[in-house]
Design a protein around this ligand. Structure first.
Ligand SMILES: [Zn+2]
Length: 153
Protein backbone atom coordinates (compact mmCIF):
# COMPACT_ATOMS: atom_id res chain seq x y z
CA UNK A 1 0.00 0.00 0.00
CA UNK A 2 1.22 3.44 -0.89
CA UNK A 3 2.05 5.72 2.02
CA UNK A 4 0.60 8.78 0.30
CA UNK A 5 -2.41 10.05 -1.59
CA UNK A 6 -3.00 13.15 -3.73
CA UNK A 7 -5.44 15.67 -2.29
CA UNK A 8 -6.43 19.31 -2.50
CA UNK A 9 -4.06 21.30 -0.32
CA UNK A 10 -4.29 24.50 1.71
CA UNK A 11 -0.70 25.36 0.81
CA UNK A 12 -1.02 25.01 -2.97
CA UNK A 13 -3.59 23.57 -5.37
CA UNK A 14 -2.63 19.99 -4.64
CA UNK A 15 -0.41 18.16 -2.24
CA UNK A 16 0.46 14.72 -0.98
CA UNK A 17 -1.00 13.41 2.24
CA UNK A 18 -0.13 10.47 4.44
CA UNK A 19 -2.53 7.63 3.66
CA UNK A 20 -1.61 5.91 6.95
CA UNK A 21 0.54 6.61 9.98
CA UNK A 22 4.19 6.88 8.96
CA UNK A 23 7.12 6.35 11.32
CA UNK A 24 10.09 8.70 11.32
CA UNK A 25 12.81 7.57 8.90
CA UNK A 26 10.59 5.76 6.39
CA UNK A 27 10.98 6.12 2.64
CA UNK A 28 7.67 7.66 1.61
CA UNK A 29 7.99 8.12 -2.15
CA UNK A 30 10.78 8.08 -4.69
CA UNK A 31 11.51 11.39 -6.38
CA UNK A 32 11.78 10.28 -10.00
CA UNK A 33 12.91 12.07 -13.13
CA UNK A 34 15.72 12.20 -15.62
CA UNK A 35 19.37 12.13 -14.68
CA UNK A 36 21.18 14.87 -16.57
CA UNK A 37 24.72 16.15 -16.53
CA UNK A 38 25.52 19.37 -14.73
CA UNK A 39 26.97 20.58 -18.01
CA UNK A 40 23.47 20.39 -19.49
CA UNK A 41 21.75 22.13 -16.61
CA UNK A 42 24.25 24.94 -17.02
CA UNK A 43 23.58 25.26 -20.76
CA UNK A 44 19.85 24.54 -21.00
CA UNK A 45 17.72 27.68 -20.68
CA UNK A 46 15.03 25.66 -18.93
CA UNK A 47 17.29 25.69 -15.88
CA UNK A 48 18.28 29.31 -16.26
CA UNK A 49 16.51 30.31 -13.08
CA UNK A 50 18.57 29.36 -10.05
CA UNK A 51 15.25 28.38 -8.49
CA UNK A 52 14.55 25.49 -10.81
CA UNK A 53 12.23 23.92 -8.27
CA UNK A 54 12.37 20.36 -9.57
CA UNK A 55 16.11 20.18 -10.08
CA UNK A 56 18.13 18.23 -7.53
CA UNK A 57 21.82 17.78 -7.08
CA UNK A 58 22.76 14.06 -7.25
CA UNK A 59 26.53 14.34 -7.08
CA UNK A 60 29.26 16.56 -8.52
CA UNK A 61 28.53 15.34 -12.04
CA UNK A 62 24.77 14.80 -12.27
CA UNK A 63 21.49 16.47 -11.43
CA UNK A 64 18.00 14.99 -11.43
CA UNK A 65 15.28 16.86 -13.31
CA UNK A 66 11.94 15.94 -11.74
CA UNK A 67 9.82 18.27 -13.84
CA UNK A 68 7.64 15.49 -15.30
CA UNK A 69 4.00 14.68 -14.63
CA UNK A 70 4.89 11.07 -13.77
CA UNK A 71 6.90 12.38 -10.84
CA UNK A 72 4.14 12.38 -8.22
CA UNK A 73 6.59 13.56 -5.56
CA UNK A 74 6.73 16.94 -7.26
CA UNK A 75 3.30 17.67 -5.78
CA UNK A 76 4.74 17.77 -2.26
CA UNK A 77 4.67 21.33 -0.97
CA UNK A 78 7.30 23.30 0.86
CA UNK A 79 6.88 23.94 4.57
CA UNK A 80 8.87 25.99 7.07
CA UNK A 81 8.20 23.16 9.53
CA UNK A 82 8.47 20.09 7.27
CA UNK A 83 7.84 16.44 8.17
CA UNK A 84 9.97 15.01 5.33
CA UNK A 85 13.32 15.56 3.66
CA UNK A 86 14.91 14.64 0.35
CA UNK A 87 17.44 11.88 0.78
CA UNK A 88 19.96 10.81 -1.84
CA UNK A 89 20.84 7.10 -2.22
CA UNK A 90 23.29 6.62 -5.06
CA UNK A 91 21.54 7.96 -8.15
CA UNK A 92 18.12 7.78 -6.51
CA UNK A 93 16.26 10.37 -4.50
CA UNK A 94 13.73 9.55 -1.82
CA UNK A 95 11.34 11.66 0.16
CA UNK A 96 11.75 10.29 3.68
CA UNK A 97 9.93 11.14 6.88
CA UNK A 98 11.95 13.03 9.52
CA UNK A 99 9.35 12.56 12.25
CA UNK A 100 6.28 10.45 12.91
CA UNK A 101 3.48 11.53 10.58
CA UNK A 102 -0.20 10.93 11.30
CA UNK A 103 -2.61 9.63 8.71
CA UNK A 104 -4.09 12.51 6.64
CA UNK A 105 -1.30 14.93 7.56
CA UNK A 106 0.08 16.80 4.55
CA UNK A 107 3.61 15.80 3.54
CA UNK A 108 6.15 18.59 3.13
CA UNK A 109 9.86 19.26 2.90
CA UNK A 110 12.12 22.27 2.87
CA UNK A 111 12.64 23.25 -0.78
CA UNK A 112 16.02 24.62 0.23
CA UNK A 113 15.90 27.83 -1.77
CA UNK A 114 18.72 30.21 -1.08
CA UNK A 115 18.16 33.82 -0.18
CA UNK A 116 18.43 36.32 -3.02
CA UNK A 117 16.64 39.41 -4.30
CA UNK A 118 13.88 37.39 -5.98
CA UNK A 119 12.66 35.70 -2.78
CA UNK A 120 9.42 37.71 -2.86
CA UNK A 121 8.32 35.75 -5.94
CA UNK A 122 7.96 32.68 -3.73
CA UNK A 123 5.57 33.41 -0.87
CA UNK A 124 5.01 30.54 1.57
CA UNK A 125 1.53 29.57 2.73
CA UNK A 126 2.51 26.61 4.89
CA UNK A 127 0.77 28.02 7.96
CA UNK A 128 3.44 26.87 10.42
CA UNK A 129 3.98 28.95 13.56
CA UNK A 130 7.55 29.57 12.45
CA UNK A 131 6.62 30.43 8.82
CA UNK A 132 8.81 33.27 7.57
CA UNK A 133 6.38 34.12 4.75
CA UNK A 134 8.62 33.00 1.92
CA UNK A 135 10.02 29.76 0.56
CA UNK A 136 13.58 29.95 1.79
CA UNK A 137 15.82 27.30 3.27
CA UNK A 138 15.93 27.12 7.04
CA UNK A 139 19.49 28.40 7.35
CA UNK A 140 18.69 31.61 5.46
CA UNK A 141 15.35 32.59 7.05
CA UNK A 142 16.93 34.88 9.65
CA UNK A 143 17.61 37.30 6.79
CA UNK A 144 13.87 37.76 6.28
CA UNK A 145 13.19 38.30 9.97
CA UNK A 146 15.99 40.83 9.98
CA UNK A 147 14.34 42.70 7.10
CA UNK A 148 11.01 42.81 8.89
CA UNK A 149 12.59 44.35 11.96
CA UNK A 150 14.17 47.07 9.89
CA UNK A 151 10.92 47.96 8.13
CA UNK A 152 9.12 48.26 11.49
CA UNK A 153 11.42 51.01 12.67
ZN1 LIG B 1 6.13 28.72 5.54
Amino acid sequence: MKLYKIKKSNIDKRGLYASKNIKSGEKVIEYVGKIITKKRTEEDLKFDNSKAIYLFNINNKYDLDGDFTYNTARLINHSCNPNCEVEGKGLKLWISSIRDIKKNEELSYDYGFGFDESYKEFPCKCGSINCCGYIIREGSRWRIKDKRKKSNR
